[in-house]
Design a protein around this ligand. Structure first.
Ligand code: ZN
Length: 389
């Protein structure tokens, strides 16, 4: 199988570190929102990857995190304050809703599904390693990653300092903090302050009370569950910088082992009404609303008819079309007519999926096969891709 690796910006033959086992980490949700189509596209794209790796005979160890606490004030803590709810409660309720929506979409749960708030010890252990290696420094109880110590910082995003600053600004990266040696230095641990509002929690550590940085959490949780080097790391394309760039610097700085990740995979954005789907634009299309009108199969069909790296615009009429297409397919498949298995079709299936998970091509192959009467192949292939039949 060939996968597009964002680090080298080309397709590469996929060879895992350990012969038969694949380690996968995918950045998870910040649990203050309801599942929208962008979430579904990302997490179902990795669902297809997991299913296909298993089809190829690999064992997959898959970790996904829940960012229920981080260093940012305007994030989950602010949402919880606005809703007059403890952050833990908001996180629990939102995570439950997310998992329920994803379960309806026939999503396979990751092997490890971890809350950042329950991974504080791994975070502290990790930060201590970075301090010991001279990649991090402590000021007034906060700890920062010194990005200038990493000569390769920027190797994933390949951005210059000016562009990095521009993007980091949108991510609430605390650029004006005078304690940082470089504005782009990553906050690994944010110290609690005496005037900290009551709704902001803090955790005990040897650097003093505080809370972990968002980027640090993913490095810590991936190492604690998957080891120092992993095969595949995924997430939405928005996370490439600063989040994934920071993860590389942190993980490689702490362990000295390179590469931290062998294959970086990023999913495209979904647009709606001309703009990227986001809470701030108010153009979210919620999975739970779509599921009231459409089947999970139709949603999966629509999402996989777009390649995972593609950014695309959601149009409801295309979902209508996907529903009709799938209903026609299901009707064909439900016929009692038996058909022999077709080795050539399975070879074509593998060729398409081996080419960086070309799901649009695979769906077309299945559809054509069903129309020509190769029903056994069509049914089995759809089941392998997680359709409910
Ligand atoms: Zn992450």
């Amino acid at each position: 199988m060939h996968l597009y690796n964002s680090l080298v910006r080309k397709k590469e033959l996929f060879i895992p570190l350990n012969k038969n086992t694949v380690t996968l980490y995918v950045c998870g949700i910040t649990p203050y929102d309801i599942t929208h189509l962008g979430h579904a596209f990302t997490y179902l794209s990795f669902d297809i990857l997991v299913r296909y790796l298993k089809y190829l005979g690999f064992k997959v160890i898959y970790t996904q995190n829940v960012t229920d606490i981080n260093d940012r004030d305007k994030d989950i803590l602010e949402r919880a304050r606005q809703q007059n709810m403890p952050w833990k409660k908001l996180a629990e309720v939102s995570t439950k809703k997310f998992l329920e929506d994803m379960r309806c979409l026939n999503w396979i749960m990751p092997t490890n599904y971890l809350k950042a708030s329950e991974s504080i010890n791994s975070v502290i252990f990790f930060i201590k390693k970075l301090l010991a290696n001279g990649f991090a420094y402590e000021v007034k109880g906060s700890v920062y990653l010194n990005i200038d110590k990493d000569r390769q910082y920027g190797k994933l995003s390949r951005l210059n300092q000016e562009k990095m600053l521009e993007i980091a600004k949108n991510f609430d990266e605390d650029l004006d903090n005078p304690d940082k040696k470089n504005s782009l230095d990553v906050t690994l641990w944010r110290a609690a302050t005496p005037d900290q509002p009551e709704h902001i929690p803090s955790f005990a550590s040897s650097f003093g009370k505080g809370r972990p940085g968002w980027h640090m959490e993913c490095s810590a949780m991936s190492m604690s569950t998957l080891g120092e080097q992993i095969d595949i790391h995924g997430g939405g394309i928005d996370l490439l910088f600063p989040h994934h760039e920071a993860e590389i610097a942190q993980s490689e700085g702490a362990t000295g082992k390179k590469p931290f990740v062998r294959y970086w995979m990023h999913t495209g954005n979904i647009f709606y009404r001309g703009e990227k789907m986001s809470k701030s634009k108010g153009n979210l299309v919620l999975v739970s609303s779509l599921l009231q009108k459409y089947t999970a199969n139709a949603l999966r069909w629509l999402l996989f008819s777009h390649h995972y790296r593609e950014s695309w615009e959601f149009k409801e009429k295309e979902l209508d079309k996907a529903e009709q297409t799938f209903a026609r397919l299901a009707k064909l498949i439900s016929q009692k007519r038996s058909s022999a298995d077709n080795k050539i079709l399975w070879q074509m299936f593998a060729n398409a999926m081996n080419d960086n998970l070309d799901t649009p091509k695979t769906l077309l192959l299945i559809k054509n096969a069903a129309e020509k009467g190769d029903l056994h192949f069509a049914k089995t292939a759809l089941q392998k891709l997680g359709f409910l039949l």
